[in-house]
Write a protein that binds this ligand. Structure first.
Ligand code: FES
Ligand code: FES
Length: 195
């Protein structure tokens, strides 16, 4: 860890931060005020991390830090020092995760801006409770706002994901069940990725 007090020279001080992002260790020299959301998007290429309100209200920026959902717009990158951070990109390295498949199959997105946040909030919910009831789902996703879908399809997607992941513990990839209508999850902004 280095601290550079360069106030006299007019340069902003920086600190070294090392974060495990989607399984890969990333070390960068950052300003202490850098938000985790900006760190993930700019320094780690995680463009599925959306920045909406930047006030901790909409949940679009939700990622998991050591398995717990955090609003990355309200978290500084230096607070993630030594922690494991998972964004939506971490779910789909070997094809779509069952949660992403379920959002697709239930048409649980329209513009898609909120989707990666919902997907990560769903991941946290199902890791804690693999078989949530509708009220549990509504409660679990209460920190995330969608302006397009009316929520019903999102809730149904979570129920479908829970069915798919039944017996798979913390959400490992499914084994090719489902309807085969898979997407490659890259670049088109659907199912919670891209920018
Ligand atoms: S952008 Fe972080 S909660 Fe809205
Ligand atoms: S799909 Fe548009 S904000 Fe949720």
């Amino acid at each position: 860890m280095s601290t550079d007090n360069t106030a006299q020279s007019g340069e902003l001080p920086t600190r070294e931060v090392t974060v495990t992002v989607n399984g890969e260790e990333v070390t960068r020299e950052v300003e202490p005020r850098l938000k985790l959301s900006d760190f993930l998007r700019r320094e780690c290429g995680c463009r599925g991390v959306r920045v909406g309100c930047e006030h901790g209200v909409c949940g679009a920026c939700t990622v998991l830090m050591d398995g717990e959902g955090v609003k990355s717009c309200l978290t500084y990158a230096v607070q993630a020092e030594g922690r494991e951070v998972e964004s939506v990109e971490g779910l789909s390295e070997d094809g779509l995760h069952p949660i992403q498949e379920s959002f697709h199959e239930e048409h649980a997105l329209q513009c898609g801006f909120c989707t990666s946040g919902f997907v990560m909030a769903t991941k946290e919910l199902l890791d804690e409770d693999p078989d949530p009831g509708r009220e549990d789902i509504e409660h679990g996703l209460a920190d995330n706002i969608c302006r397009c879908t009316g929520y019903q399809n999102i809730y149904e997607a979570v129920e479908r994901a829970a069915d798919k992941m039944d017996g798979e513990g913390d959400g490992d990839k499914m084994d090719g069940k489902g309807d085969g209508d898979k997407m490659d999850g890259k670049g088109d902004g659907e199912v919670g990725e891209g920018d």
